[in-house]
Structure formats: structure tokens, C-alpha cells
Design a protein around this ligand. Structure first.
Ligand code: LMR
Length: 398
């Protein structure tokens, strides 16, 4: 019956977690998947989250369905977090926001919407990008191309090439953009560069689809949302997929949002209806727990302030680990230039390791990176950073 079913070779990120878990070597270090671990190597339970959960568990809650679009308080919280409470687009009712199954769910619902209403569009992702971007948009039926982004020669951006590429695209081309903490390279645009990119997008009638999965991990919640807010401010139609997996450490709750900024309130209502329809056809309505927790954290001033502080601590710990790795490598390989570790933002470091070097790190040292050379800096801590630096130095010398 199923002989003709194609073999699935696995996912470059999620299947690596399975390989890591099966590895019996005690010294193993997981720098593959983008998950924040604390100094003790544990997945943190944020105290803002814990407080909200305890309060919710104290009262017997009936477990009804959420509406197709998700929890209203959560959706409003997402809008404030992304755009700022006073943003004109928000005040004018021009933003349609639904709750989604994490950031991936937001991308999928947005991709399906675009495939239905802009069937002739082509989608472009950065070169390189998060492994699943291509898959999600191809899965929705799009042809997916790449735009110039990372420059391996400088460890920076191919900014001029990217801008020229955008300027030559046909109207309604969809651009998948990372407003902060670019995944996988950690190389971000500054505000001036965003202004230029958004101007080209406007002049050329392109459709920006921003994927912001790491808000708070770059420079702070407000700063990391610069591109999102600016795009909405200059009147661009805009799709934003956001996630609370990392910044609320609620990975398994699958909690995120999709926001579509529209030219008018009326269009926002039309879009909102079609997003609900999209949800209904796939999973009917989203799960409730993560939404109640996230909404409580965003709606309660003390919890909100505590959460901001907790994210600041996570961000600072990652930066400290970047510095530690840089220092260790500088001592072990004084001839090398590792300053890129300090310049990159967010959870990821783009090491430049070849697939063969990544294989040697995994087989020889039980240090797990993605085959692209991406490492999750948030998997480092005081106990393993020396070991990881030794392994890196060894493989670089070979
Ligand atoms: C990652 O890039 O490692 C994370 O976003 C997890 C995932 O789903 O790939």
C-alpha cells in the first residue's frame, strides 16, 4: 500500500536534536537548535510565566474552544508588543492579528493567504535563511528564490547587491525579511539600512513578510521592532509572523501571532476574515494555555516589567558568552579573527565551518552545530565554553 511513499531524510534542525539526544557521550554540547539554555544548561521557566500559570491554575477553568482567530487579549498584546500601543496603524484599526501555532504557524497561514490572493507572486528569502522558510512557502505552492544577503568574504551584508536586487523585482513579489537577529547568520541591518530597504519596497510595490522570532534578543524589545514599526509607519502593506517560543521560553506551547497591516480598516476586516478561514481549514482554532499565559504577562504591569528584565538577562548572558568564546579562541588561535562573534546579534553565531568541519566537530568532539555552520550561542555556558573553544580550535587547525 505505501511502497511508493518517499523516504523522509529528516529535518536539518529538528532531526539533529534527535541525534544529539541519542548521543551517549557525557561531554556532548548542543549548539544546533535555536533554544535558549541558562547558565546551568537548563531550559528556563520564566518567573513571569510561572506567576501567570499559578494564578490561572488556582481557579478551575472550563476548557472551551478559542475562536478561530485566538484569544482577544493575546492578539491585542501582540499588536502592542510589535507596533507599540500608540502606533497610528493600530489606532486606525488597520492591523489584522490572529493567534497562531508559533512563528511557523504564522508563516504557514500567511503563505496560504498570499498563495490564494496573490497567486502569481514569487517569494524571495535571504541567502541564507532559516531552513524552513523555503519549505513553508514552497508547501503553499510558491516558487521560492533567494536574494543576496550574507557576504562570507566580509562576514557582513551584501547590502548594495540586496538593494539592487529588490529594485529589479516585479510588483507584488514577496520578500521574507528578518527584522532582528537574522537566522542563521546573526548579521542584521541597522536602522539607516532598513530605511533604504523599506523605501525600495514602497517604490517598487513589493510585499514584505517579516519573521520576528527573537524579539528582545538583539538590542531590546523596542529596538528589535524598528523595521516592523517603520514599515507600518510609511504605509506599507506588511505581514508579520511573531513567536513567543524564545522570549517567553514557551516552545512547546506553540504560541505566536500573524499580523497583517492593511491600507484601510475595511481591508483589515476582509483580511482578518480570510485568515480565520485559513485557520478553520487546517486546525479550526489554536490552543488556549500559552495564549492565556502570554496575555497575562503582557497585560499585568508587574509581570510585564519582570518579563522584560528576564529577557534582558538572557540577552546579556548570550552576549557574555560571545565574549567568552571570542577570548578563548583568541588565546588558542591568535592568528585568527573571530570579531564576527561579537558583531553578530541574537542567538546565532555563523562560524564559517564547512559541512565537513561540522561533521568532525560532531563525530570527534560531540559538539553539535547545524551543517550550515550555524551555532546557537545560547547553548554555551561557563562549564562548556572552554571545551567548545578547544574543539573549534582543533578543527580549524586540522
Ligand atoms: C531554529 O532555527 O533552530 C529554531 O527556530 C527552531 C526551529 O524550529 O527550527
Amino acid at each position: 500500500m505505501f511502497q511508493h511513499v518517499e523516504f523522509y531524510p529528516g529535518d536539518p534542525i529538528l532531526s539533529l536534536v534527535e541525534t544529539f539526544q541519542a548521543d551517549k557521550r557525557p561531554e556532548k554540547v548542543n549548539l544546533g537548535i535555536g533554544i535558549y539554555l541558562d547558565e546551568a544548561g537548563r531550559l528556563p521557566v520564566l518567573s513571569s510565566v510561572r506567576t501567570a500559570e499559578v494564578a490561572r491554575a488556582a481557579v478551575a477553568q472550563p476548557r472551551s474552544y478559542l475562536p478561530m482567530e485566538g484569544l482577544e487579549a493575546f492578539r491585542h498584546g501582540v499588536q502592542r508588543l510589535l507596533f507599540g500601543a500608540e502606533h497610528p496603524a493600530l489606532q486606525e484599526g488597520r492591523i489584522a492579528t490572529i493567534q497562531t501555532l508559533g512563528g511557523s504557524g504564522a508563516l504557514k497561514i500567511g503563505a496560504d493567504f498570499l498563495a490564494r490572493w496573490f497567486p502569481d507572486a514569487k517569494v524571495y528569502v535571504s541567502d541564507p535563511t532559516w531552513d524552513n522558510h523555503k519549505g513553508i512557502f514552497q508547501g503553499a505552492g510558491f516558487e521560492v528564490g533567494v536574494y543576496p544577503y550574507y557576504d562570507p568574504a566580509t562576514g557582513g551584508l551584501k547590502f548594495d547587491e540586496m538593494l539592487a536586487f529588490f529594485a529589479a523585482l516585479p510588483r507584488n513579489s514577496v520578500l521574507v525579511l528578518h527584522p532582528c537577529c537574522h537566522n542563521p547568520t546573526g548579521v542584521d541591518l541597522d536602522c539607516g539600512q532598513w530605511d533604504k530597504v523599506l523605501e525600495v519596497i514602497r517604490a517598487n510595490g513589493l510585499i514584505p513578510f517579516m519573521d520576528i522570532a527573537y524579539q528582545g534578543f538583539g538590542d531590546g524589545f523596542e529596538q528589535d521592532a524598528y523595521a516592523v514599526r517603520r514599515a507600518a509607519e510609511i504605509g506599507l502593506p506588511l505581514f508579520v509572523a511573531n513567536s513567543f517560543s524564545k522570549n517567553l521560553s514557551l516552545y512547546g506551547e506553540r504560541i505566536g501571532g500573524l499580523s497583517v497591516v492593511c491600507p484601510t480598516r475595511h481591508e483589515a476586516e476582509l483580511v482578518f476574515g480570510q485568515l480565520k478561514f485559513g485557520v478553520r481549514r487546517i486546525y479550526s482554532s489554536p490552543p488556549a494555555h500559552g495564549a492565556f499565559v502570554a496575555a497575562a504577562v503582557m497585560d499585568t504591569p508587574e509581570l510585564f516589567a519582570g518579563w522584560q528584565e528576564e529577557v534582558t538577562q538572557m540577552r546579556e548572558r548570550i552576549k557574555a558568552m560571545r565574549q567568552r568564546l571570542f577570548d578563548e579562541l583568541g588565546r588558542k588561535l591568535p592568528e585568527g579573527d573571530f570579531s564576527y562573534f561579537l558583531k553578530q546579534r541574537g542567538m546565532f553565531g555563523y562560524t564559517g565551518f564547512s559541512p565537513e568541519q561540522v561533521r568532525r566537530l560532531q563525530e570527534g568532539f560531540a559538539v553539535y552545530l547545524l551543517v550550515s555552520g550555524r551555532m546557537c550561542v545560547a547553548g554555551l555556558n561557563e562549564s562548556n565554553v572552554g571545551y567548545v573553544a578547544d574543539a573549534f580550535a582543533e578543527v580549524w587547525r586540522q
